[in-house]
Write a protein that binds this ligand. Structure first.
Ligand code: NDP
Length: 284
């Protein structure tokens, strides 16, 4: 059996098409589009690529979009000052501070300074707390994109055994909570887990580790859904996931490719969160 591919690029384009329409409706009703401000500090090359791509997508959808690029030597007080300014700016619905920040800056403090209503990355403790409680909130984009992929293939996780490999606050933990909130039976694996044993009995596997091919194809239960969040750059420049794709695809029912899987969905969900935040603010 060969798995069906979950085409993240195509789904992301569909989501963006929907958001473009909603944006036009918001402009008609309230006289302005959703606005997103992205803050980048220093010269991290990956951050530059991500921010450029987020800004481009926001512009494609007709959002207001602003990039604030600060020198790596910026002080914590200056950065917090910018966040406060953006919190107070009525045209800004979403604030994203691109990580990683330079070492002399306390990232947690900066993220907590963002108005939770504008926290389109979903990293603020208030939004994380709402997710924990199963209440509506702004949810981290990558796990939100994974849920949207499951929805798109009409896969109901209720009662299913879902194994999330990785427990980071930006992917693994929120992913597990989103699945739990949909009544899945959730297991979270990390570096001390017997990952093979857990994955072997999983109906759904979400891999978010950051190690090429850590999840072996032969562990995949026949027919399982495999969502590969990992992005690992190889020596030849190519990107590979955390799942041993070639073997896994012969066993899985559904599988996401890398690249072209979860990656494009993350940006689409950032745009969706911005629309969610804008709609809530404009309707007030
Ligand atoms: P982190 O490094 O923050 O977390 C990695 C997790 O993997 C940790 O919980 C760690 O466990 C666990 N882990 C490490 N080694 C093992 C092991 N041998 N067995 C089981 N678990 C292990 O990574 P992120 O969550 O930030 O990212 C994970 C991957 O997803 C990366 O490749 C990243 O590039 C990618 N990513 C992709 C995105 C996208 O848009 N597609 C967005 C965000 C991330 P422990 O806690 O015990 O150390």
């Amino acid at each position: 059996m060969t798995a069906q591919l979950i085409d993240g690029k195509a789904l992301a384009n569909k989501v963006k098409g929907e958001l473009k329409l909603v944006t036009a409706q918001l402009v008609e009703k309230y006289g302005r589009p959703p606005g997103i401000a992205v803050v980048r500090v220093g010269e991290d090359p990956a951050s530059k690529v991500y921010v450029t791509s987020k800004k481009k997508t926001a512009e494609e959808l007709g959002f207001g979009s602003w990039e604030h690029h600060l020198d790596a030597s910026v002080t914590q007080a200056e950065l917090l000052g910018l966040v406060r300014k953006l919190n107070a700016d009525p045209l800004v619905d979403g604030i994203l501070v691109q990580l990683p920040l330079p070492k002399h800056i306390d990232s947690a403090l900066v993220l907590e300074a963002i108005d939770p209503a504008k926290d389109v990355d979903g990293f603020h403790a208030l939004n994380a707390g709402h997710l924990f409680q199963g209440r509506p909130s702004l949810v981290p984009c990558t796990p939100l994109g994974c849920m949207r992929m499951l929805e798109d293939i009409h896969y109901d996780v209720a009662g299913k055994s879902c194994v999330v490999v990785g427990r980071s606050t930006i992917v693994g933990r929120p992913m597990a909570l989103l699945l739990l909130n949909k009544s899945a039976t959730v297991t979270i694996c990390h570096s001390k887990s017997d990952v093979a044993a857990e994955v072997r009995r999983a109906d759904v596997v979400v891999a978010a580790v950051g190690q090429t091919g850590l999840v072996k194809g032969e562990w995949i239960k026949p027919g399982a859904v495999v969502i590969d969040v990992g992005i690992n750059r190889q020596a030849d420049g190519k990107l590979k996931g955390d799942v041993e794709f070639e073997v896994a695809k012969e066993r899985a029912g559904w599988i996401t490719p890398v690249p072209g899987g979860v990656g494009p969905m993350t940006i689409a969900m950032l745009m969706q969160n911005t629309v969610t935040a804008a709609t809530a603010r404009l309707a007030k």
